[in-house]
Design a protein around this ligand. Structure first.
Ligand code: FAD
Length: 295
């Protein structure tokens, strides 16, 4: 009996590193430009099995003990790169203060995947359908990268350069920083997908601040529609300074077509993505606004 080539392929031999500190990782990456970082492995291992990648060196970072944490300080919320998606779901701070990120984590893959997959891996895989991206953008998050030249911070909006590509230059992502949220704010996230366990074909996160009954600030982030994550700035501008009535929200949501250029791909058509974006944007703004009144 013959099997398709993909199934019979075995993982090619590789050098394996298991450093205990960030500086050890950095020096390995500095010596070997092709070395692949392994965190939860939920993207890396299937890609190696299917020979989409065949790295000479694999750097397992799971044994660096201090990179899995969620803590608050004066600046906001700090999430270590090795924090798993399950840890996000179980965090009271995230559920209470960063609800859109909780919703993205709760709807992520399966229980097994959530236990292995890390927030750092989701960001560094850099797929436009990555569930953590829209909420991180809506909260104005930054990522901290460490390399041979030292440390730098990059806004999440500028991290990805295309589907599967990013600004990492032999660096390790060590932390995600979400600024402190002030005043009366509310957030929400949802995605449309083909089946219960699938990547998004369209996703949307909203974070809105209301003062004196009017929208003071809002960020609307759209994922999975095109090569990169998009801010729906036309929608945001249509809402700033206004009371968020159903009519105002509906009219603003229709404007999302000015901000997006959806593609047709294996998961969905450009037409569906355009139509469902209007619905997602309307629903997420409404939900986020309702949540403001409960703060
Ligand atoms: C069955 C299944 C269901 C899934 N469902 C979803 C879903 O619903 N939503 C979703 O968004 N994704 C989903 N995924 C994709 C995957 O689980 C996520 O992208 C996950 O967050 C990747 O994290 P990881 O720790 O497993 O990364 P890994 O596979 O270890 O790494 C992913 C990439 O990031 C790099 N990397 C990892 N950590 C770092 C770091 N700290 N610094 C620098 N580079 C790093 C690796 O080198 C690699 O290129 C699914 C995958 C599977 C197999």
């Amino acid at each position: 009996m013959s099997y398709p080539d993909k199934i019979t392929k075995t993982i090619k031999e590789f050098r394996y590193f298991s450093p205990k500190t960030v500086s050890e990782v950095v020096s390995i990456l500095a010596k070997d430009a092709e070395a692949v970082v392994l965190a939860g492995g939920t993207d890396v291992v299937p890609m190696m099995k299917q020979r989409e990648i065949a790295p000479e060196s694999v750097v397992n970072i799971k044994n660096i003990p201090k990179l899995a944490y969620i803590r608050e300080d004066r600046e906001g919320l700090k999430i270590g790169a090795l924090t798993t998606i399950s840890m996000l779901v179980e965090s009271d701070i995230i559920k209470q203060k960063y609800l859109a990120l909780y919703e993205a984590a709760a709807g992520f893959g399966t229980w097994e995947v959530r236990n292995m997959a890390t927030i750092g891996g989701n960001i560094c895989q850099s797929l436009p359908s990555g569930d953590t991206f829209p909420p991180l953008l809506a909260f104005g998050a930054e990522v901290k990268l460490v390399g041979l030249k030292g440390e730098r911070r990059v806004p999440i909006e500028k991290f990805c350069t295309g589907p599967g590509t990013n600004v990492l230059d032999r660096e390790l992502l060590v932390e995600v920083i979400l600024p402190k949220q002030n005043g009366k704010y509310g957030s929400a996230y949802d995605k449309k997908k083909r089946s219960s366990v699938d990547l998004a074909k369209a996703s949307c996160a909203v974070n809105v601040t209301v003062r004196d009954g009017k929208c003071e600030d809002i960020k609307v982030a759209m994922g999975a529609l095109a090569d990169k994550l998009v801010r729906a700035r036309t929608v945001e501008e249509a809402l700033k300074g206004k009371a968020l009535s159903d009519e105002v929200i509906e009219a603003a949501a229709q404007k999302v077509t000015n901000d997006i250029s959806p593609r047709t791909s294996v998961r969905s058509t450009a037409w569906y993505r355009t139509e469902v974006s209007k619905v997602l944007v309307r629903r997420m703004i409404k939900l986020a606004a309702e949540r403001c009144s409960k703060v």
